[in-house]
Design a protein around this ligand. Structure first.
Ligand SMILES: Cc1cc2nc3c(=O)[nH]c(=O)nc-3n(C[C@H](O)[C@H](O)[C@H](O)COP(=O)(O)OP(=O)(O)OC[C@H]3O[C@@H](n4cnc5c(N)ncnc54)[C@H](O)[C@@H]3O)c2cc1C
Length: 440
């Protein structure tokens, strides 16, 4: 059976923010394997609680994206001042660690401060330095103390690989870089100054972060759901779905994870090998509904230490009151594990609860109303030393075959939601150029 057999057109695989944005900006038919749109930008609603897939806040300053979401697609946001902390050495300190060591045991503050000054003196004036890996970069910018007490253990826990295996081309604004004065100030006082791209963020008043994805559907994007692509025939330009249907395309926009696209298509051996070299971490999200009001006043807390199972926990009620039923709270714990491996979900839930009690977030007597576990096979793309070259090969190959890749997993990049929306717009424009030029 053929659904779109007569007129080949632009087909979009995946209805995450990238696919939805591509369809909104350029038209085309969207096919999605899940039973709803949104991809990573969904917010499951269970028994009056709403959860996201890990922390999802909109911290963009991009005027186009803000205008699109707020004015065109009518998303109603609450503006928030971020309250983010780090729990280490049984102490809560403000995020980011490098600018806020005040409150930690004095020998640790001293070690962090002295080695920061040493690194500062050493690197002063040599901004053009080339760093061999992320760990070198950390040591050069923050010194060995901050590296040892936060940056390296957190990187290992979050990325699931040594920072020595990573490049630095993903850093951009992602790791805040306080000045010497700010580091000293934050060692001597509990400074109130915020750092990083998300010191202020927007969050939808209702529906959780899914409101962003849903706004595109309200804006007219139509998605064919429960359509899992199982084969992409590059020669005949035809996609087959798991329900036996198929469609033809002139240009294919693929937002599904790049290794999956390679698996579905018949590609030369070097492309298969390049795809096997693409690395990623996976994220497990343990969501808990708690029978206690006002459990915690913050947005989220980072946990760099290995003895805690999660790298981060968040309190969704503080993002928007609509996220929990009256008189209740919720916690979302994020656990990173090595890409594609498996985790025992029952054991991990028990461990998360134990760790929350150990960190004094939960009390022994707290009643847990609800447990919900979400597993994300593809969490974050790992920027290792092979990524750039492998990626170039794969993308060039698909481009020559009228397949344009886009989005966080299609382009295999560390993209945020605003990047995904902008990438969707960009690829829609490229696709219409392809069609106009009649590229085969
Ligand atoms: C834990 C976590 C926290 C994040 N926090 C933030 C944040 O705070 N702020 C921020 O701005 N961004 C955040 N992001 C990034 C944000 O989620 C992404 O940039 C964005 O949602 C990616 O959208 P996408 O459409 O590119 O990919 P996805 O949302 O993954 O969409 C891809 C779609 O393809 C579908 N698909 C896959 N295979 C097939 C197939 N064979 N056939 C058909 N369909 C298929 C999938 O079901 C999915 O719907 C976070 C991401 C993660 C993982």
């Amino acid at each position: 059976m053929t659904m779109q057999g007569k007129t080949p057109e632009t087909i979009i695989l995946g209805a995450g923010l990238t696919g939805l944005s591509a369809a909104y900006h350029g038209g085309g038919t969207v096919y999605e394997k899940s039973d709803g749109p949104g991809g990573k930008c969904i917010s499951p609603k269970i028994d009056g609680y709403t959860f996201d897939l890990g922390i999802h806040v909109l911290h963009t300053r991009n005027e186009y994206v803000l205008n699109l979401l707020q004015n065109e697609l009518k998303v109603d946001f609450i503006m928030q001042d971020r309250a983010a902390w780090i729990y280490s050495h049984e102490t809560l300190t403000h995020y980011p660690f490098q600018a806020n060591t005040f409150g930690l045991p004095i020998p640790i503050v001293k070690e962090c401060l002295l080695s920061f000054i040493h690194a500062y003196q050493k690197s002063n004036g040599s901004k053009s330095h080339v760093y061999h890996n992320y760990e070198d970069w950390i040591n050069a910018h923050f010194g060995k103390g901050i590296a040892k007490h936060f940056m390296v253990p957190y990187a290992e826990k979050f990325w699931t690989v040594s920072p020595k295996e990573m490049t630095t081309d993903w850093l951009d604004v992602r790791v805040p870089m306080p000045t010497l004065e700010e580091v000293v100030e934050g060692a001597l006082t509990r400074q109130t100054k915020g750092f990083g791209p998300n010191i202020k963020f927007r969050y939808p008043t209702v529906n959780g972060i899914f409101e962003l994805a849903e706004s595109f559907v309200r804006g007219g994007v139509n998605v064919f759901l429960n359509k899992t692509a199982i084969q992409v025939d590059l020669e005949r330009k035809k996609i087959t779905f798991s329900d036996g249907t198929s469609c033809s395309y002139e240009v294919l926009i693929s937002t599904i994870p790049l290794p999956e696209l390679v698996r579905l298509s018949r590609v030369p051996e070097p492309i298969v090998a390049a795809a096997e070299r693409l690395r990623y971490n996976s994220i497990l999200c343990v969501n808990l509904g708690i029978d206690r009001d006002n459990l915690n006043a913050n947005h989220w807390i980072y946990f760099p230490e290995k003895e805690y199972s999660f790298f981060r926990i968040s309190f969704l009620k503080n993002f928007a009151a609509s996220m929990t039923p009256g008189g209740k709270s919720s916690i979302s714990a994020e656990i990173a594990y090595s890409g594609g491996q498996s985790v025992n979900k029952e054991q991990i839930v028990e461990r998360v609860v134990e760790d929350l009690v150990k960190a004094k977030i939960l009390l022994q007597k707290d009643r847990i109303d609800l447990v919900d576990v979400r597993d994300m096979k593809y969490g974050y793309v790992i920027y290792d030393h092979d990524r750039e070259q492998s990626l170039k090969m794969i993308k060039n190959f698909f481009r020559k075959n009228s397949v344009l890749v886009a989005g966080r997993y299609g382009n295999w990049e560390y993209q945020w939601m605003d990047d995904a929306i902008l990438d969707g717009k960009k690829v829609a424009e490229e696709a219409s150029d392809f069609v106009a030029r009649g590229v085969k």
